[in-house]
Each structure stands twice: as structure tokens, then as C-alpha cells.
Design a protein around this ligand. Structure first.
Ligand code: ATP
Ligand code: MG
Length: 365
């Protein structure tokens, strides 16, 4: 048999932008990555080989012959982890079990009284759907001042969380090999607007003192789950403490800056961990900024900016929909701030706050 016929393929549950970027990352290593559309009904069956490897670009998927074929393959890496983390109840329970700090929470069931939630968590309580939420969808604020009550159709389907008055949001993207070796990128600073990630900045020297704390938390989680591959941990920074907001058992939007500013991006690290290829500590070469492109038409001027890299997902542009991201990574901060200033004049209103937030980070004394 030739080498090519025995080399395992990597199949991805889901063929959105993360699947596409994993496919792209496989090319230099000649890893044949196949991102599978699991949303369109089909009677097709995939030609999976016994030594192929299965991963996922999302935590949940509809059940079909195709998704079952992939998720029941013996090499579906992290199989049990997806359902455990896809449900906020079991995810938060895991954090509590490991004593990893997280926003105080409770389950919302038939017996939950809204007064008890206000007593426990204060006058603003955030309900989150246990499953299926993303980009801030699946959230419902309860406000005592407005006599907010638990909507009937949220009972048994949600958790309630204390509103965290955080200083800012950061995330840690790391990888674990099957043998238990972990490496991490530097903490990423993230700005969310209406629950959706707008921009990320990394690395930032002022976050260095939190790196060890974050790595200890994510290592404990990945070891407990015997996880292999890239995982992202979204956190709130409150002073010098980190609280986990949520975990994603996959490559993550807040790690997209690694495509531009490091010698090895999160997509290649994930594939290496799945395929048992050596994992080096990723070298960060430049200051990076990532701007998510949300409900906005492609503007050819973006690519005239120094070192700008555009990832355009080729989706229909709709309000609130992520249609691409723009990475800027330059060694010279003046060049970077000039680029952000140019974007301020080219981009619509909803970008003004995130762009000003980026500029403020680099013009602070
Ligand atoms: P994602 O797209 O990352 O999957 P999501 O919709 O699943 O997001 P979360 O990440 O839990 O939901 O929340 C989205 C955003 O809402 C957070 O990044 C944060 O800005 C805000 N948020 C979430 N939980 C809290 C909280 N307990 N207190 C204050 N703000 C919060
Ligand atoms: Mg989130």
C-alpha cells in the first residue's frame, strides 16, 4: 500500500468558517482535512477509514445518518466532551468541581423563584439557555428594578448567573496533546458588543501577570477531560482575578489573530494535536489586532492597509452575521494606529466603539 492511501484524513463535523480554516491549515502538512456539511439533509454516507480522525467545529449538531457516522467513529476525538461542554449546566458543574472560579450561577427549574435569584445574585441576573446560545443569542436579563420575572419557556432550559461587573474580557487559547503536554498563546483581550465578539488584541504585556493563573485554570480543565486539541477559555477580568465565562472545545474566534502574528496558528496546533505531531510553543512575532466583520460588505480598501490579512467567509451579508475577519499585525505601533484610524473613516457606526477601544489600548500612557 502506498503511504497516501494509509494516511488518515481528518473529518470535521461542520463546514463553516472554522472548518474551512482547518482545511487550509492542513495543507502545508499534507493533512487531508474534509469539512462536512451536517446541516443539509442527505442520504450520503462518508468513506471513513478505520484510522481516520474526526473533530468538530461546533459543540452541537443535528442528529442524522451523517452526523452519527462521524460521531460514533472510534477516532472521534473528545467525543464525550462536546455534550458535556455544550450544556451550560454540566459545563458550570465541571468548573465548580475543579474549583475553577466562574460567575456564581444556579439552575432554573420549575421551582426557581425570581426573588431567590435576586437575593442570591443581586438586582441584575443573566439567564442563559443551557444549550444552543451563541453570539449573545440565548440570553435574557432579569432586572429587579423592572420587576423582571422568569419567562415560562425558559424554565428547565436555562441557568441564571450573577451579572459580573468586569474590568474587561480576556480569553486563553491553548492546546493539549493526548499525552498531556499543554501549550498556550498569550492571553487575548476581547471586546464584545451586544454579546458578539467585535475585536481582539494580543499579545499585551499588561496581561502577562495573569498568564500563569489562566494557564493553571485551563490546564486543570483539559487534564480532567483528557482533552486533545485546541480549547478556548473565555474569562472576565476582575482586578487581578479571572473568572471563567465559558469554554469552547474547539478553535475559537478569539484565537483568529494567531493566523497573522505567530509562527503557528491555532488551526495547525489543533490538527497537530489530533494527528500526534509535535507541538512547539508558538512563537509570537508581532502585535496583532483582529476585527470581526459583522453584517458588513467587503471593502477593497481594507487590503490596502500594511500587513492586512482578510478572511472572507463567502456568506451572504446579513445584519449581525459574522462574514469575515480582518487581521492586522505589524511590528510598528504607529503603522497599526494609522491603520485603525483609516478603518474609523471607512467603517460604519457599530465599529466606532471597537476601533476607538483598540486605539485607546495603544495610546495609553
Ligand atoms: P459566544 O458567541 O462566545 O459563544 P455566547 O452567546 O455563548 O457567546 P457568552 O459568552 O456566555 O454567550 O456571553 C456573551 C457575552 O455576554 C460575554 O462575552 C459578556 O460580554 C456578556 N456576559 C456573559 N455573561 C455575563 C455575566 N455573567 N455578567 C456580565 N456580562 C456577561
Ligand atoms: Mg462567549
Amino acid at each position: 500500500m502506498t503511504q497516501t492511501s494509509t494516511k488518515p484524513k481528518v473529518w470535521v463535523l461542520g463546514n463553516g468558517q472554522l472548518g474551512a480554516m482547518l482545511t487550509h491549515a492542513g495543507e502545508p502538512l499534507a493533512i487531508d482535512v474534509r469539512a462536512v456539511d451536517i446541516m443539509t439533509p442527505t442520504d450520503d454516507i462518508l468513506p471513513l477509514a478505520p484510522n481516520d480522525i474526526i473533530t468538530a467545529e461546533r459543540e452541537q449538531w443535528p442528529e442524522s445518518a451523517l452526523s452519527l457516522q462521524l460521531s460514533t467513529h472510534p477516532h472521534f476525538v473528545n467525543g464525550p466532551v462536546f455534550s458535556r461542554l455544550a450544556d451550560r449546566y454540566s459545563q458550570k458543574s465541571l468548573l465548580d468541581q475543579l474549583n475553577v472560579p466562574t460567575a456564581p450561577w444556579s439552575l432554573v427549574d420549575d421551582h426557581t423563584k425570581v426573588e431567590t435569584l435576586y437575593q442570591a445574585f443581586g438586582p441584575r441576573v443573566l439567564m442563559k439557555r443551557r444549550t444552543g446560545g451563541y453570539d449573545g443569542k440565548g440570553q435574557h436579563w432579569l432586572k429587579q428594578a423592572e420587576a423582571g420575572d422568569i419567562p415560562h419557556d425558559w424554565r428547565n432550559l436555562a441557568i441564571a448567573e450573577q451579572a459580573i461587573n468586569f474590568d474587561e474580557e480576556v480569553s486563553l487559547v491553548g492546546v493539549r496533546t493526548r499525552e498531556g503536554q499543554c501549550v498556550f498563546y498569550p492571553l487575548t483581550l476581547n471586546l464584545h458588543q451586544d454579546g458578539i465578539l467585535m475585536a481582539s488584541i494580543a499579545p499585551l504585556a499588561r496581561l502577562d501577570h495573569l498568564q500563569a493563573q489562566a494557564e493553571t485554570m485551563l490546564s486543570a480543565i483539559m487534564h480532567e477531560l483528557e482533552y486533545a486539541g485546541v480549547m478556548a477559555m473565555e474569562c472576565f477580568r476582575v482586578g487581578d482575578n479571572l473568572l471563567v465565562n465559558e469554554l469552547a472545545p474547539r478553535v475559537h474566534n478569539s484565537g483568529h489573530w494567531t493566523q497573522a502574528g505567530t509562527h503557528m496558528d491555532q488551526f495547525q496546533l489543533h490538527l497537530r494535536a489530533l494527528c500526534g505531531i509535535a507541538i512547539p510553543q508558538p512563537q509570537v512575532n508581532f502585535q496583532c489586532v483582529m476585527v470581526n466583520l459583522i453584517g458588513i460588505d467587503n471593502d477593497p480598501r481594507w487590503l490596502s492597509l500594511p500587513n492586512a490579512e482578510l478572511y472572507w467567509y463567502n456568506k451572504e451579508v446579513r445584519p449581525g452575521r459574522k462574514v469575515g475577519h480582518l487581521n492586522l499585525s505589524v511590528p510598528n505601533l504607529t503603522v497599526l494606529t494609522n491603520s485603525i484610524s483609516a478603518l474609523q473613516t471607512w467603517m460604519p457606526n457599530q465599529y466606532q466603539a471597537p476601533l476607538a477601544w483598540i486605539l485607546a489600548e495603544f495610546t495609553k500612557s
